[in-house]
Ligand binder design. Sequence first.
Ligand SMILES: Cc1cc2nc3c(=O)[nH]c(=O)nc-3n(C[C@H](O)[C@H](O)[C@H](O)COP(=O)(O)OP(=O)(O)OC[C@H]3O[C@@H](n4cnc5c(N)ncnc54)[C@H](O)[C@@H]3O)c2cc1C
Length: 254
Amino acid sequence: MADNILVNIDDEIREAYLKSLKKQKINIITKAAVTKIDKNKVIYSLDGGIHEIPTDKVLLSVGMRANTEGFEHLGFEITKQGILTNEKLETTVKGIYAIGDVNGKYMLAHVASAEGIIAVENIMGKDSKIDYQKVPSGIYGTPEIAYVGITESEAKKEQTDYKVSKFPLAANGKSLAEGETDGFIKIIANKKYNEIIGVHILAPHATDLISEAVVLMELEGTAYELAVAIHPHPTLSEIIMEAAHGIIDKPIHL
Ligand SMILES: Cc1cc2nc3c(=O)[nH]c(=O)nc-3n(C[C@H](O)[C@H](O)[C@H](O)COP(=O)(O)OP(=O)(O)OC[C@H]3O[C@@H](n4cnc5c(N)ncnc54)[C@H](O)[C@@H]3O)c2cc1C
């Protein structure tokens, strides 16, 4: 129904991913509303017309909503998004915390786990907060997509003084050896310190690769740390080091 798929990811990553899906003969129809599924036919409206597609199988995936039924008597505020919590994960009733999908903030398993730890620390008297700017996300397609931090369009919108460095898989030895050269990494750093503020990867194993960037961002690290850290060869992880060199000056193997 939306104008595009994956609207929250970096524009360049989405464009490259769409190209790769097209190459795999996957047809994406946007701005269309499914009106009926009739045996093996999916019927949808688009541009004022009714269309249909014959199918073998239909997988329906229309988003998620917090299930807040059964908690009404506890008296805390529940919004359309979910149970309202503050940055310490406490609800509007003192001493009651809500973590995971039910608070509607980030509906991801690793966020639910991290929020659980934060909430317990607060219950035990610590002053813990979660930094949602450093939550990694993964899309398990072919190739995979993973990202953390801000996208380039967010950097533009926030008027951040930023730099971008990209490095293609086609210039990475392991990717060439494996015959998987579709994809790239894009690093966004602030101009003043070269601090890494966004990392976006389209590559096989992108969801494994992203953790290096998450740790670095947790340490408020810069492109210098990423570039001087010796990365084993041949590995996909070298694309991170190469792109970091590109923030400072230029990638070596390009
Ligand atoms: C198809 C699908 C794919 C996903 N893929 C990913 C992924 O790749 N990566 C990722 O990070 N996240 C993924 N998620 C999201 C992830 O599953 C959730 O973010 C995560 O499970 C949230 O954990 P939770 O503990 O908050 O909720 P849940 O795991 O939903 O646990 C809530 C539990 O509460 C129980 N419950 C509900 N109501 C009541 C009640 N009234 N009384 C008692 N018990 C109740 C439920 O039965 C359930 O066991 C996916 C979700 C779906 C649906």
